[in-house]
Design a protein around this ligand. Structure first.
Ligand SMILES: Cc1cc2nc3c(=O)[nH]c(=O)nc-3n(C[C@H](O)[C@H](O)[C@H](O)COP(=O)(O)OP(=O)(O)OC[C@H]3O[C@@H](n4cnc5c(N)ncnc54)[C@H](O)[C@@H]3O)c2cc1C
Length: 342
């Protein structure tokens, strides 16, 4: 968190190191910990300096507080835009709708909720809103049972006439793309930690497990696989560090920030799935029983690849920027947003 809000003001480079280490222990932990997390990233890009420092200070004062961001929806809107709506009422805004797959739904004290303001403006007619968890009209669904990331808590939100404060941003589309670039980089750093853990566990297992009198890691088919996965870990980490450096040193350069963050995530989310799947494969029968941790690595790696922006969305964003193509509708983690860029 920024020093102006009472935080340590650590660099993004420091943050990605911490994310990797936490995820190497358990990829769900950085999702499950207390703190502002994605809400902090949303405030950084979408809020005014006053809103950002006011809200983030509450997390500095009470480290048990949890923040959350509600973007995804259970059902797509019939028209471009969110189905969740926001209408102005004096200084406040009133939100109605449903959100899904929200990390920390029910645990959070404060939410950032994305909602449609102007239906006729399609995907450029949305805004981001601060909602206190105690506000009347906000209800939380049951905790979802998920494929992986067992310690993390996913749920849904229903908003019926919920009073909210709008985040003050000059350009909501640009700010949201930058918010998702930061989210992508955070998830990519976690993917590096998980990929590393899967590789290290598998490397140790293949040095110990023997066939025909020698460790299975000494057979070329296994050794080449191990080396490929080590290249995966190191190359994903290199891209994560470069993107963190870009944010620290050229943070206002949108094209560099978006392309470096999306490239890092596109690579890390593929790399972690290969490391998770091959960890199970090289453990043989030990891979598919729950006595060994590698089946959890595989489940967690698939779930990481479904974070917003998904691996497909990161691929599309990176391809569009690096090939000089016009930005198109695949670039926010939702379909059908062409009107934003035209
Ligand atoms: C660990 C984790 C944490 C999450 N945290 C949150 C959270 O805190 N808040 C929140 O709101 N949501 C959260 N989500 C949900 C996440 O935002 C969604 O899973 C993700 O955006 C996919 O959205 P969707 O289910 O609407 O899929 P859809 O948009 O329906 O996409 C389905 C599939 O199609 C692909 N696809 C969609 N559009 C395109 C396109 N234009 N081009 C190519 N492929 C495309 C997607 O990549 C995906 O594979 C989280 C998910 C995970 C796994």
């Amino acid at each position: 968190m920024p020093e102006s809000a009472g935080g340590a003001g650590a660099s993004v480079r420091t943050q990605v190191l911490v994310e990797e280490e936490l995820a190497a222990g358990d990829a769900a932990v950085p999702f499950a910990m207390a703190g502002p997390k994605a809400l902090g990233l949303a405030l950084l890009e979408l809020g005014s300096a006053t809103q950002r420092d006011r809200i983030l200070r509450t997390f500095v004062d009470d480290p048990t507080r949890v923040g959350a961001v509600a973007w995804s929806e259970p059902r797509p809107s019939a028209e471009p835009g969110f189905s969740t709506t926001a209408r102005q009422d004096g200084d406040a805004w009133i939100l109605d709708g449903e959100k899904a797959y929200v990390i920390d739904a029910g645990r959070a004290s404060t939410y950032v909720v994305f909602a449609q303001i102007d239906r006729s403006a399609g995907w450029s007619g949305f805004g981001a809103f601060l909602v206190d968890a105690a506000t009347a009209g906000l209800t939380v669904g049951a905790r979802a049972v998920t494929l992986g990331l067992d310690a993390a808590h996913f749920g849904s939100l229903k908003l019926a006439g919920v009073r909210a404060e709008r985040l003050e941003t000059a350009d909501v589309v640009r700010a949201t793309l930058r918010f998702f670039a930061r989210v992508s980089l955070t998830v990519a750093a976690r993917a590096v930690g998980l990929a590393r853990a899967a590789f290290d566990t598998t490397h140790a297992f293949t040095a110990e497990r023997k066939a025909f009198g020698k460790p299975i890691g000494h057979f070329q088919a296994v050794a080449f696989n191990l080396v490929d996965r080590l290249v995966d870990v190191d190359s994903a980490r290199g891209l994560v560090w470069r993107a963190a450096w870009t944010l620290d040193t050229h943070g206002d350069d949108d094209a560099a920030v978006l392309s470096h963050c999306s490239e890092a995530a596109a690579e890390a989310l593929e790399a972690v799935q290969r490391c998770g799947a091959d960890a199970v494969q090289l453990h043989g029968g030990a891979g598919f029983v729950r006595d060994y941790v590698v089946e959890k690595y595989m489940r967690d790696s698939k779930q990481l690849a479904l974070c917003a922006p998904t691996v497909a969305t990161n691929d599309a964003l990176f391809a569009a920027i690096s090939l000089g193509q016009p930005l198109d509708g695949a670039l926010l983690p939702t379909p059908d947003i062409q009107p934003i860029f035209t």
